[in-house]
Write a protein of this length. Sequence first.
Length: 59
Amino acid sequence: MSKFTSAVKTFVADENGVTAIEYGLIAALIATALITAVGYVTLGLSTAFSKIQTKMSIP
């Protein structure tokens, strides 16, 4: 029984998996922020080029 108790204590004290999960969550958050930012930049550029096209096409 002491081997089982020792194994459980070792498993609970091991933080390697927790750190990997934290890094994964941080990476997912950064990816979400980048995707959102690229979407806004794309929308802004599209609007800007549409305005330029409109101004250039009017004689």
